[in-house]
Design a protein around this ligand. Structure first.
Ligand SMILES: Cc1cc2nc3c(=O)[nH]c(=O)nc-3n(C[C@H](O)[C@H](O)[C@H](O)COP(=O)(O)O)c2cc1C
Length: 201
């Protein structure tokens, strides 16, 4: 499990020529389906996109790697060759949208872990243009909230500890290796002192 979690990184450059079968993507959505859900509302639906011409129409709406300011995104030949649009169904949502976003995190992690087990990598894209919806006849209840860009990875990602300056920005070296700093376990573990009785509210 640990090995799979470590390998399940965000990938942004792919072997565009290596197709992924729609059935494979359906199986991965089936993993997303089984994730935990606040109030068990399960408000997410998914559109699998493998059609090449539609993939080409989606691509310009996506924002890539904000910290890599001199990189405009994957070039032709390295672009994702399929997408999964994550759609919030407002008719199925009875609680808060915040709860739904938790659910989507769980669902997409299930999806991406299952994908990585098959050698498929992906990138969650939250920075897409709202104009993307103009590509579709959108039912009123559905809202595109996240795009998963997918493909067979064509880049190396190195997990590292945070540098001394506490800089969380990922970066690429001259060999285009992607360096990804993660906070250390020690930094994450917190021990709160217990409040004394007179301080309890
Ligand atoms: C909710 C969410 C939205 C994200 N949106 C984008 C995005 O719009 N573009 C992008 O290139 N990466 C995006 N990412 C990927 C993050 O940059 C990536 O998760 C982070 O750099 C850590 O890398 P890791 O996923 O390999 O741990 C997003 C990730 C999450 C969880």
């Amino acid at each position: 499990m640990r090995e799979l979690i470590e390998k399940t990184r965000t990938f942004r450059r792919f072997h565009e020529e290596k197709d992924i079968a729609p059935e494979t993507l359906e199986n991965l959505v089936n993993l997303a389906r089984l994730g935990g859900s606040a109030r068990n509302q399960q408000p997410w639906q998914y559109m699998i996109v493998t059609d090449k011409s539609l993939c080409q129409k989606i691509f310009p709406y996506l924002g890539w790697a904000g910290y890599l300011s001199d990189w405009k995104g994957p070039v032709a030949g390295e672009q994702p060759n399929c997408y999964v649009l994550c759609l919030l169904n407002h008719d199925w949502l009875k609680g808060s949208e915040k709860e739904a976003q938790f659910d989507l995190g769980i669902a997409t992690q299930n999806f991406l872990l299952g994908a990585m087990e098959l050698g498929i990598g992906g990138c969650r894209i939250g920075a897409f243009s709202p104009k993307i919806k103009e590509l579709f006849v959108m039912p009123e209840a559905l809202e595109i909230s996240l795009v998963l860009a997918l493909g067979y990875p064509a880049e190396t990602v190195c997990l590292e500890s945070l540098p001394a300056e506490n800089d969380i920005k990922y970066w690429r070296d001259e060999n285009q290796i992607h360096h990804l700093p993660k906070r250390s376990l020690e930094d994450l573990l917190v021990s709160l002192e217990q409040a004394r009785p007179f301080e309890l509210k």
